[in-house]
Design a binder for this molecule. Sequence first.
Ligand code: DAH
Length: 355
Amino acid sequence: MVLQALIEELGAEESNLIKTIEAALSSEELESLRVKAIGKKGSLTKVLRGMGKLSPDDRPKLGAAANQARDRVNNALEHAKKRLENAALEAELKIQLDLSEPSAGLSLGSSHPIMQVQEEILSVMDRLGFQRAEGPEIEHDFYNFEALNFPHNHPARDMQDTFFVDENVVLRTHTSPIQIRQMLAQGEPPMHISGYGRVYRHDQDATHSPMFHQIEGLWVDHGVHLGHLKGTITAFLETLFTPETGVRFRPSYFPFTEPSAEVDMSCVMCGGSGVAHDPAANNEHGKCKMCKGTGWIEILGAGMVDPNVFGAVNFPKDIRGFAFGIGVERVAMLKYGISDIRMFYENDHRFLSQF
Ligand code: DAH
């Protein structure tokens, strides 16, 4: 009879506990209920104190009943814990997921100003009939110098501030080796290529960077002469800048061309007059700062391909060609009035986002 009474007491206590647990509103409340129910001094434990009044046969029965009651209470506690966690999560989601909130917007990248100008130059050359070509930046001496008529140990190699990888390998100092690779790959004329890419020289100041970009024109065909060179380069510069651009050719020297020329164009700042409209663009003598009052600025190197270059690639003896090389950074600086080349490589968003 005593067993029956104790088991009933246990059952009443259990259902009481479970009801309170199911109604609990916070994890703190749950924790205190757990202590109250199954802690050392908990209400279920207390019922077991009546054990002493039981016969040895009945004791395990009460023990088993108490264990089962404790398991069910534990289950209820687990359940309640999950319920509270889910409720908390849902509340959080409700606050964060405001689908009506305007988005922060996507910030798109853009191509680098040097890439933009490179593309501009190449697209003018596309229209003139040149085909784009690339080559390796780490180059054999043969392509960078030897085949371009720079004899071994010739001081002309000093013109190019070369980075040597080893005795026979360099970081290419110009895009001219692309001429050699393309002529050897194709094996015969005609050739109409625009070689482009990065080049390297150990030279660093406001107008020189150890890495910069060049574009190379090569036009090889029977009967090509200096008139083609002048006409093509004039059309090229007039298209790249303005139709009013003045162009002049000065005799110069490159090992791979004969004759060679330095090409000047009328100054973009003063229009060739030597005195800029904007007084701030003139120096203390009232002369245009950009061209120092001469009205001209150097823009590219050019010439008729030297017969020794054709010899190095086994082209026919009577073949003719012209070539020219232009610096992309230089064009960009002239186009946008930038006086320090380093601005292109500092990755300053305030600068880059203007293009
Ligand atoms: N490779 C020359 C340089 O980097 C530029 C150049 C001059 C290229 C004359 C040419 C050329 O193709 O004909 O200084």
